[in-house]
Design a protein around this ligand. Structure first.
Ligand SMILES: [Zn+2]
Length: 87
């Protein structure tokens, strides 16, 4: 999967929402569809207790978790998209 710079933020945010157990926003559905076909991301079992998929940190609100993932784990999200992330 190739990530174009102008799509970067929306893709990162879409994946952060996905990893937080949220559905994509309507305006970002296109970006969600893009990465949905990435086999590495499809394999992920998203934690359903507001826990960060990457570092295991727990959050009280999903919105805080989305922010945390999109800010702190941008590189990991890229690696996931490119199939380079190792658990
Ligand atoms: Zn984390």
């Amino acid at each position: 999967m190739v990530i174009r710079p102008r799509e970067k933020d929306r893709i990162i945010h879409s994946i952060a929402r996905f990893l937080s157990g949220l559905k994509p926003k309507a305006s970002n559905r296109y970006y969600f569809e893009l990465f949905k076909y990435c086999s590495e991301i499809k394999k992920i079992k998203v934690p359903n207790d507001n826990t960060c998929f990457f570092c295991g940190k727990k959050f009280s609100k999903k919105s805080t978790l989305v922010l945390h993932i999109s800010k702190k784990h941008e590189k990991e999200i890229y690696d996931l998209c490119l199939g380079k992330y190792e658990t």
